[in-house]
Design a protein around this ligand. Sequence first.
Ligand SMILES: C[S@@+](CC[C@H](N)C(=O)[O-])C[C@H]1O[C@@H](n2cnc3c(N)ncnc32)[C@H](O)[C@@H]1O
Length: 119
Amino acid sequence: MAVADPPVVDRASAPEWLVAQLAEGRPGCTTVVAHSIMFQYLSDDGRRAMLAAIDEAGQAATEDAPFAWLRLEPGGDQAELRLTTWPGGTTHLLGRSSYHGPPVVWLAPVGGVIRPSTR
Ligand SMILES: C[S@@+](CC[C@H](N)C(=O)[O-])C[C@H]1O[C@@H](n2cnc3c(N)ncnc32)[C@H](O)[C@@H]1O
């Protein structure tokens, strides 16, 4: 697949890149922002810029142009996989893992309704 349709890889810092990417709406598409064990490496300003861009994109989401934020980031002594979807801004804790992979505990039902969490 990657040979037939090579992905575009931009060399950029995440906050600036994300703000630019999310500036344009994408009617008819679901936009997903995903990141894994990288938030802690950003500056405070970078984290704030990324969170503001994600929040703004969430508020602008519609049924025709949904927005999702999927992240595997520290949650105490384990990493937590969380998903927030808009419209609505509902957050789900999907699973927990070590910081480098297994053991992975999947918490959301497979093929069922996932349970909102408060973080
Ligand atoms: C611990 S590694 C995690 C790598 C991979 N995401 C994973 O979960 O296995 C931290 C990653 O954060 C990335 N990173 C650090 N600062 C960044 C920034 N300002 N913008 C984008 N990525 C950044 C690094 O390039 C590195 O790949």
